[in-house]
Design a binder for this molecule. Structure first.
Ligand code: EPU
Length: 334
């Protein structure tokens, strides 16, 4: 276990906001995580468990303990299952799968973040979600130090949601996640412009590596590189609305994009609504709205967490006024 006091979180948040925490604890094994849990039990400080900080906005110094997993390793369990350390970069998992003929993760290529966050946040893109692949989550219960194997059915996964984000928040330290892949490649090409991009490249029968590359190309064209411009990917979640609300809006905006969730619900892209409100490419102080994807807020250089929060609030107000819909940040604001 590593421990640092009065520690800078600059390299631990992709927004590139300077902030410190009182104490930073990092575990590299399940035994380490048990030790961290014991230390947490003996402290009444605030707790923030982070992954790679790619979904985090810090609004000031964190007066408490920040915990991070550095558990490495991808273990092949056979039967197309892999068990991954919670500190492994998510995209290293996708890369491993594509290179080992394990199929099903391609659409989730280059999502920033780590394995632990994949299980907490239920990361998703291009019609796929981490929960499609998760079998079970191994985690240390902080209150007891017990190592628990939590089956997917207990995690209550939904769009960008899990119990780890809700009633289990700060109750577990995720140590490993087991994923089920497939030995049959059944590409999902119908979401967004995947098919169009494959056609542009003259690919009619894509391999898993082709699909991964196209997803990487699409994301790179739309989403800013945090190493160049601080950001946390999509800042807001796409709201899921009732069919009645959707139909009323669709009458006013016939070109409005939407994804059907079930007979009673539709998902409306928040990026489209923010764009319609005229925010794309605009700024408020040192925080801005990305000019290629309005769902992404960026640090224009030297932004404080507060600048981003002000921009977030201005956008939410405009979306509410114009569409009558409340949008919520996907990013963890602390
Ligand atoms: N749109 C606009 N203007 C914009 C942005 C989007 O008109 O500025 C329209 C697009 O033309 C499209 C629709 O809105 O018709 C949806 O846009 P896009 O396909 O870019 O996806 P999204 O709904 O904005 C979600 C995920 C992304 C993921 C993409 C692709 C969330 C919160 N975000 O974005 O995830 O990459 O779908 O599947 O669900 C992330 O979570 O950090 C992330 C990048």
């Amino acid at each position: 276990m590593k421990e640092y006091l009065n520690y800078s979180l600059l390299s631990h948040n992709t927004f590139g906001v300077e902030a410190k925490c009182d104490r930073f604890l990092e575990f590299s094994s399940t035994a380490d995580a048990v030790e961290v849990a014991s230390q947490l039990r003996h402290s009444d400080s605030d707790l923030l468990i982070i992954g790679s900080g790619s979904n985090l906005l810090l609004t000031g110094d964190f007066k408490g303990i920040v915990v991070h997993s550095a558990i490495a390793g991808i273990e092949d369990l056979g039967h197309c299952q892999i068990k991954c350390g919670s500190g492994v970069l998510w995209d290293d998992v996708v890369d491993y799968c594509v290179n080992h003929n394990l199929y099903g993760a391609e659409n989730l290529s280059i999502i920033p973040g780590e394995v632990g966050a994949s299980a907490v946040q239920n990361i998703g893109a291009y019609g796929a979600e981490a929960s499609d692949l998760i079998v079970e989550v191994e985690a240390v219960e902080i209150s007891t130090g017990k190592v628990c194997l939590i089956p997917k059915s207990e995690c209550h996964y939904a769009y960008r949601q899990s119990r780890f984000k809700q009633e289990w928040r700060n109750k577990y330290l995720v140590t490993h996640v087991t994923y089920q892949l497939s030995d049959t490649f059944s590409p999902r090409l119908d979401y967004g412009n995947i098919r169009a991009k494959l056609a542009e490249k003259g690919i009619s029968n894509p391999s898993a590596a082709d699909l991964r590359q196209v997803v990487i190309d699409i994301r790179n064209a739309k989403l800013p590189d945090p190493k160049v411009q601080g950001n946390a990917g999509s800042f807001f979640m796409n709201p899921i609305v009732s069919r009645q609300t959707y139909e009323q809006l669709a009458e006013r905006y016939p070109a409005m994009p939407h994804y059907t969730i079930d007979a009673d619900h539709e998902k409306i892209p928040a990026g489209w609504m923010i764009d319609q409100c005229g925010w794309k490419g605009k700024a408020l102080g040192r925080a801005g709205v990305h000019d290629k994807q309005a769902l992404v807020l960026v640090n224009l250089g030297g932004a404080k967490g507060e600048d981003v929060v002000n921009l977030c609030n201005a956008i939410r107000k405009d979306v509410k006024t114009r569409f009558g819909i409340t949008i919520y940040p996907e990013v963890n604001i602390r």
